[in-house]
Design a protein around this ligand. Sequence first.
Ligand SMILES: Cc1cc2nc3c(=O)[nH]c(=O)nc-3n(C[C@H](O)[C@H](O)[C@H](O)COP(=O)(O)OP(=O)(O)OC[C@H]3O[C@@H](n4cnc5c(N)ncnc54)[C@H](O)[C@@H]3O)c2cc1C
Length: 405
Amino acid sequence: MDDLIRVYGASWCPDCRRAKRFLGDQRVPFEWHDIEVDPDGVRIVQERNGGNNTIPTIVFPDGSHLAEPSNEELAEKLGLERSAMMHVYDLVIVGGGPAGLTTSIYAARENLQTLVIDSKGLGGQAGITERLDNYPGFPEGIGGAELADRIVLQAQRYGVEMLQAVSVRSVSSDGEQVDVETATGDHYHARAVLIATGSTYRRTNAPGEDELLGAGIHFCATCDGPFYKGAAELVVLGGGNSGLEEGLFLAQFVDLVTIVQRGDRLTANKLLQDKVAADPKMRVLLNREVTGFRAKDDGSGKLGAIELRNMETGAAEELHPAGCFVFIGLDPNTGFVRGSLDLDARGLILTGMGCQTSMPGVFAAGDVRAGSTKQLASAVGDGAAAAIGIRAYLDAQESKPVHMT
Ligand SMILES: Cc1cc2nc3c(=O)[nH]c(=O)nc-3n(C[C@H](O)[C@H](O)[C@H](O)COP(=O)(O)OP(=O)(O)OC[C@H]3O[C@@H](n4cnc5c(N)ncnc54)[C@H](O)[C@@H]3O)c2cc1C
């Protein structure tokens, strides 16, 4: 019997992409079988579904399978806890990335009952980053997933409770306690709440992008890069740190990685620019704007062309890579607090002393906070600063005189 989960599907199937994404986010290892190129896969899918081609069909190591499961069904099958043990905590942390987990370690060490809730998997963006070379203390660098696992283990050691695959829908306050409502319908009350929900990859919003997501257009090189082993060319959109870093990672799989940048120069740090310039597998196209994406003519539903406009000459151009990876920035995950917390024009949370937001008892840290530097070390530092701010707030609440009537 196999000890890996096997996912059977097709590249054009949105439900397959969702399920793959979910497993990837949870960092659950799985094997992907595209039934369009794997006749054995077709046979297995039909055998399991009474002759039907129902995809995704997900086969588990215990021999059971789920056909077209929702994320919630997957979470249940994988044994992910989706309700917390209690309803009242000292501190609820929304977002289990490096910032939130750091605060949780500080808080739990001070015996605060702490709950971390994450909509996807613990570790946040750091957990899906191939390699981190600038985080102090690791002279050889460290894999993002390994670092995330270590931080989670450290939090567990101090008894932090953690929920995954649970989104927080709203945060409100009655002046005494903060109420955190989840998409599963649970309410958790806390003396203090930290918002550490980070950011999400920005899309180009060019025509054709939605249809080709997962079928040639991707946002995670670590997750999807290996599928292109042996291909001639990949394109990376974005000339910032993420674009160049991920482009260099992708170069190990293919003959050529083309970085496409809208502006007239790369914005990544000099070290990365030097690495790209020295790598014969990398080329850079500046002053190019993406105007659309087209599927192949063969009916496969896979990416066939990226349409560009040369911003210097105005000419229309096309690239025909095997895949395209988009790294053009991030949007803060603050939709659920819009209207309840003060945000800046970009949607980042405004904070004052000690990471305090405009709602008493609610704090913000990491990439989601206005003024943050979108770096792992600063997210961790922010998490520590927020923990100290939260402690000061809770101490002040405890020493408030009690008025008897
Ligand atoms: C490709 C890539 C490469 C990078 N490389 C480096 C590098 O080399 N060096 C470096 O210093 N930094 C790097 N970074 C940046 C670094 O990973 C981030 O700065 C850091 O992870 C931010 O931590 P955070 O905790 O603030 O947010 P995140 O890591 O984004 O974590 C936020 C968490 O909140 C959860 N969440 C969001 N909304 C909700 C909700 N409504 N309810 C519940 N949970 C929610 C998310 O699922 C996520 O797990 C990289 C980032 C990327 C994307």
